[in-house]
Design a protein around this ligand. Structure first.
Ligand code: ADE
Ligand code: ZN
Length: 336
């Protein structure tokens, strides 16, 4: 099973590029940019990654991002993630970035975006990995600040496929951002949002109805509303689920209790993703392995996670067909 999971072609739809900052790179950038960090070694950084909930993670995650200053830093960060994608047979990735985490520190929007885009372009040329970029608004900040961020993004519309919503879900429901999402969609951006990670099922419903999202990030608390689960199934609304993240942030206490396999078997469009892999102990293959180790699954079921992600991705029908053929070929090889 391990070999099959390693070889299985994958598509990632929920990855915060700032969350792929490994402690070793954090140290290297801190030295390069003369920034003090409150740790003596990468091992000490790793030891500090003990989280009790989403907020306890976010506090450390925003602090870690302080070492990212120059375009080269954002390039290095993104390139390291893409090398992990290559190892894990990720064919296509749709990555989030949080511009406000950087613009609030005086880093230009363009510096962040250019570094990320340069690495993604190099990966397409040299590794054959395709990608899209989604810009997230930080929901603990105001809607006015999100509107200002949307203005900054408009000149780069050709490089950013969509907008998302992340950070602290508790106390910052989707409806707080209905105006900025309407404006973003009118400007041609696709919408997604984190909902039903720590917050209630109602946030999932409101993200769909009030923000017009085409995917729900996490969404695992949908099970608290049976009618909503049925609607997600009927509409094939994708959920970008992040199993290791959910364990680390105590959304589930044990992987055997995770509902992703049950939702897959009910026919929902659930996908496996890594969220913030440097903080949560694993990239795409690790997430697939963790789910498969805890739940007895067939090759076809595991491949369905990739087929769902292909269906849910923001790429052309031609690209989707090409990727589905790659999945077919690996599944066929392992069933021979
Ligand atoms: N930002 C980075 N990872 C996140 C998560 N899992 N939930 C909300 N905001 C995030
Ligand atoms: Zn996330």
């Amino acid at each position: 099973m391990k070999e099959f999971i390693q070889q299985l072609p994958k598509v990632e739809l929920h990855l915060h590029i700032e969350g792929s900052l490994e402690p070793e790179l954090m140290f290297k950038l801190a030295q390069r940019n003369h920034i003090d960090i409150p740790f003596a070694s990468p091992e000490e950084v790793r030891a500090a990654y003990q989280f009790s909930n989403l907020q306890s993670f976010l506090d450390i995650y925003y602090q870690g991002a302080n070492v990212l200053i120059h375009e080269q830093d954002f390039f290095d960060l993104t390139w390291e993630y893409l090398l992990r994608c290559q190892q894990d047979n990720v064919m296509h990735t749709e990555i989030f970035f949080d511009p406000q985490t950087h613009t609030a520190r005086g880093i230009a929007f363009e510096t962040v975006l250019n570094g990320i885009v340069a690495a993604l372009n190099k990966a397409e040329q040299e590794l054959g990995i395709t990608s899209q970029i989604i810009m997230c608004f930080l929901r603990h900040l105001s809607e006015d600040e999100a509107l200002q961020t949307l203005e900054l993004a408009l000149p780069y519309k050709d490089k950013i496929v969509g907008v998302g919503l992340d950070s602290s879900e508790q106390g910052h429901p989707p409806e707080k951002f209905s105006r900025v999402f309407a404006k973003a969609r009118a400007a041609g951006f696709i919408a997604v949002a984190h909902a039903g990670e720590e917050g209630p099922a109602l946030n999932i419903r409101n993200a769909i109805d009030l923000l017009g999202v085409q995917r729900v990030d996490h969404g695992v608390r949908c099970v608290e509303d049976a009618a909503l689960v049925e609607e997600l199934k009927q509409t094939r609304m994708p959920l970008t689920v992040c199993p290791l993240s959910n364990l680390k942030l105590k959304v589930f206490q044990h992987m055997t209790e995770h509902n992703i396999v049950e939702l897959l078997r009910q026919g929902l469009c659930v996908t496996i993703n890594s969220d913030d892999p440097a903080y949560f102990g694993g990239y795409m293959t690790d997430n697939f392995l963790a789910v498969s180790d805890a739940h007895s699954m067939t090759h076809q079921e595991l491949a369905q996670f990739t087929r769902n992600a292909i269906e849910a991705s923001f790429i052309s029908a031609t690209e989707k067909a090409r990727m589905n053929a790659q999945v077919d070929s690996v599944v066929a090889r392992f069933s021979a």
